[in-house]
Design a protein around this ligand. Structure first.
Ligand code: PXP
Length: 260
C-alpha cells in the first residue's frame, strides 16, 4: 500500500513582498529574493497572483521567477485573454484560475464554475497549449466540484477563507467555534469528494500556523498555498524561519491524522 506523505506540499505565495515594494515603488523588498529564501527553507512551490491592476506582482517579477524558481511556479490569474497570452509566454508549471474584482482587498470567494461552465471550459481548452497543470480556485461545494471535474482540469484549490473567519466578526466564542466547525466539515467533505473524482486537491487563503493544523490533517489535501501570514511573520523572524515554521505546522497537522 502507498504510504501517505509526511506532510502536504507548501506553495509559498510571495505577492505581499511585492505589496510592500509597490507601496513606495522602490526596488525592495524583492519577491524573487523571497522565493529563493522560501525554496532554501523547503518550500515545494512558489505561487504568485498577477492581478489585472498589477497591485503587487509585476510582469517582470513573473518572467524572472520563471527563470529562477527551482521547484514549481504556480501562476494565479483571472480567466482573461491578456492572462492567457501571459501564461502561454511564461509557461508556469501550474495555472490556478481565480475570480478577480478590482475593488476587492483580496480574492473573495471561489470561481463560479457552475455559472460559467461553458466559458471556463473554452478558456481551459485555450490554455492547454501552455502545457502545465490547470487548477480552479473554488468554494468547497459539491456542485462547484462536479462542474470542475466535467471541465477536465487536473486540480482544484479549495477556498479556506470562510474556515479562517475572523473571531471579531462573531458575538460569542461558541458562535465562532460552531461556524468554524461547519466550514471545516465542508472542506473535509469537498476534499474527499474531489479526490474521488480524480482531482488533485489543494487549499488556501487566510491560513496561518494555527488554523492550518486542522486542515493539514485532511489526507486528501496534498498542497497548501499560503502567503500573507508567512510574509507577516517574516518581518519578525526572517523569511526562511517563517517558511520553516509553516512547514513544521503542516507536518504536525498531518501527523495528527496519521496518529488518528
Ligand atoms: N490561494 C489562492 C488561490 C489565492 O488567491 C491566495 C491569495 O492570493 C492564496 C492562496 C494565499 O492566501 P493568503 O495570502 O491569505 O495566504
Amino acid at each position: 500500500m502507498k504510504k501517505p506523505p509526511i506532510r502536504p506540499r507548501l506553495g509559498v505565495n510571495v505577492d505581499h513582498v511585492a505589496t510592500i515594494r509597490q507601496a513606495r515603488h522602490t526596488k525592495y523588498p524583492d519577491p524573487i529574493a523571497a522565493a529563493i529564501a522560501a525554496e532554501s527553507a523547503g518550500a515545494d512551490q512558489i505561487t504568485v497572483h498577477l492581478r489585472e491592476d498589477r497591485r503587487h506582482i509585476q510582469d517582470r517579477d513573473l518572467r524572472i521567477l520563471r527563470e529562477t524558481v527551482q521547484t514549481r511556479l504556480n501562476l494565479e490569474m483571472a480567466a482573461t485573454a491578456e492572462m492567457a497570452e501571459i501564461a502561454r509566454a511564461v509557461r508556469p508549471d501550474m495555472v490556478t484560475l481565480v475570480p478577480e474584482r478590482r475593488e476587492e482587498q483580496t480574492t473573495e470567494g471561489g470561481l463560479d464554475v457552475v455559472g460559467q461552465e461553458a466559458a471556463l471550459a473554452a478558456y481551459v481548452e485555450e490554455l492547454r497549449p501552455f502545457g502545465g497543470e490547470i487548477s480552479l480556485f473554488i468554494d468547497p461545494r459539491a456542485d462547484q466540484l462536479a462542474a470542475s471535474a466535467r471541465i477536465g482540469v487536473e486540480a482544484v484549490e479549495l477556498h479556506t477563507g470562510d474556515y479562517c473567519a475572523d473571531r471579531r466578526a462573531f458575538s460569542t466564542i461558541a458562535e465562532y467555534d460552531a461556524f468554524v466547525d461547519t466550514q471545516f466539515d465542508k472542506l473535509k467533505y469537498a476534499a474527499k469528494a474531489a479526490d474521488t473524482m480524480g482531482l488533485k486537491v489543494a487549499a488556501g487563503h487566510g491560513l496561518d500556523t494555527k488554523n492550518v493544523l486542522r486542515v493539514a490533517a485532511i489526507r486528501e489535501i496534498v498542497e497548501f498555498n499560503i502567503g500573507h501570514s508567512i510574509v507577516a511573520r517574516a518581518l519578525f523572524i526572517g523569511f526562511e524561519a517563517a517558511v520553516r515554521e509553516m512547514i513544521d505546522a503542516l507536518e504536525s497537522g498531518r501527523r495528527r491524522f496519521l496518529e488518528g
